[in-house]
Design a protein around this ligand. Structure first.
Ligand SMILES: Cc1ncc(COP(=O)(O)O)c(C=O)c1O
Length: 449
């Protein structure tokens, strides 16, 4: 496996994974655009390349938005982590099984409870729990009957909202770095993306950029707060500015707030929905997977004014219609947990963040501030890397640690020296990763195994 095919753009200083996905390689050969790749390990998915065009004589069988979409970088890095028996700090999931009492509730509901279709809007007990939860934690007054809907994860809520809110040709303002689902979902809904790139290390909103992006055709702005992968929380100034633009241009804000509870150092999350004039023009999305460290449950919730909710419910009706009732019951129980439970959860993750950040700094890595989420970023520029993907390749193949190149979250790849690591892991996992990374600067392989 010394010569691999990849996209033409791979012959630049990129790394590429076609070596590990022969079927993708085969497809590229078929498409007649294959070029031998100079790299030993090929991560085609993380190239910032335009997708290859289908040959003109081939019949178009699929919608181009998805047909030309590469495998996500998360899947690629997880696969490389398996191939190289690496510690996976790439994909964001905790390595413990999650709160025992929630799992017990879910198990009991599965065994003894109702296992047929629950109501399309979600179990009443969960919708009431969602409304009570956000009243307590964020001061929001939501009507559980008309303003709360349960979805199969935040991703379904986002997909349904984009389908329901956008007419083909509407412009949608997005901020990079962005969660990888946004762009294809916006495009598939017929939206025209207007992307505003936020710059490290602060990742703040800037009025000049908003003035350029917003216009009369803007229908929706998507805000992820706290922001994954930058691990930052937007401040009052950012939110006030964005709210002003939403009001001025009569824009609906789709707020992906899945990380709202995972904020550190005494900071508090402020929902955009709570700002003056935003209640009727905001769709707020939450995720039990993130709140309770149970990422595989895929129970999400969407909250919006009753008028907006009518459209959102219609999209949801024909996407998943509903979500497993036993998991809904368990999440309803979890949302009612007392405040100290949430404080302890945050304190636990803050401790893990400090363990990994401190260890990395001791090894000479430049660690960016991480105020929220399960992630921190390192800047690899001072290690001589101008390319985060090349760094991730070296890290996983030579040192056995998988990470995510942040350029994958910038559609134009404009920020290229940041690497995201997930610290939602046991101490022993973080220590083992640090041990493996200890030889990075000296070039010595860091594997102790
Ligand atoms: C910003 C953001 N939005 C949405 C999701 C997906 O949430 P869910 O698993 O509930 O679909 C994630 C998961 O990592 C995320 O980071």
């Amino acid at each position: 496996m010394s010569t691999f095919v990849s996209r033409t753009q791979c012959v630049g200083n990129r790394v590429c994974a076609a070596a590990h996905i022969p079927q993708d390689a085969a497809l590229m050969v078929e498409a007649g655009r294959a070029t031998p790749c100079r790299f030993t390990i090929c991560l085609a998915e993380i190239c910032h390349a335009e997708p290859p065009e289908a040959p003109s004589r081939a019949p178009r069988r699929m919608n181009t938005v998805f047909d030309t979409l590469p495998t996500t970088v998360f899947e690629t890095m997880s696969r490389l982590a398996r191939v190289h028996d690496a510690i996976n700090l790439g994909q964001g999931f905790p390595d413990d099984p999650g709160p025992a009492d929630l799992r017990e509730h879910g198990a009991r509901a599965l065994r003894d409870g109702w296992n047929q279709y629950p109501p399309m809007m979600g179990l009443p007990a969960l919708r009431e729990a969602v409304a009570a939860h956000y009243a307590l934690h964020q001061g929001l007054a939501l009507d559980p009957e008309t303003e709360v809907m349960v979805t199969s994860g935040a991703t379904e809520a986002l997909a349904g909202a984009l389908l329901a809110l956008i007419e083909p040709g509407d412009e949608v303002v997005l901020f990079a770095p962005m969660y990888d689902a946004y762009l294809p979902l916006v495009r598939r809904a017929g939206g025209v993306p207007r992307i505003v790139s936020l710059r490290p290390p602060a990742f703040r909103l800037d009025e000049a950029a908003l003035a350029e992006a917003f216009g009369d055709r803007t229908r929706v702005v998507v805000l992820n707060n706290p922001l994954n992968p930058s691990a930052t929380l937007f401040g009052h100034d950012d939110l006030d500015l964005l709210a002003r633009y939403c009001r001025r241009f009569d824009v609906t804000a789709l707020c992906d707030e899945v990380w709202e509870h995972v904020v550190f150092d005494g900071a508090g999350h402020r929902p955009l929905m709570a700002l003056p004039g935003m209640r009727e023009r905001t769709v707020k999305v939450g995720s039990a997977g993130k709140i309770f460290s149970l990422t595989g449950w895929k129970v999400g919730f969407v909250m919006a004014d009753a008028r907006l909710m009518r459209g959102l419910a219609k999209a949801h009706q024909f996407l998943t219609f509903t979500t497993p009732p036993n998991l809904q019951e368990a999440v309803a129980f979890g949302l009612g947990k007392p405040l100290p439970w949430f404080e302890a959860m945050r304190a636990g993750y803050a401790r893990s963040r400090d363990r990994l950040a401190g260890g990395l700094r001791d090894l000479g890595f430049e660690v960016l501030p991480a105020g929220a989420t399960w992630f921190l970023n390192i800047d690899v520029a001072n290690l001589g890397y101008a390319d985060d993907a090349a760094f991730c390749e070296a890290l996983v193949t030579r040192h056995g640690v998988a990470a995510i190149p942040v350029s994958a979250f910038y559609p134009d790849g404009s920020v290229r020296t940041l690497v995201r690591l997930c610290f939602a892991k046991a101490d022993a996992t973080l220590d083992a990763a640090l041990d493996r990374m200890s030889g990075f600067r000296s070039g010595r392989p860091g594997r102790s195994a």
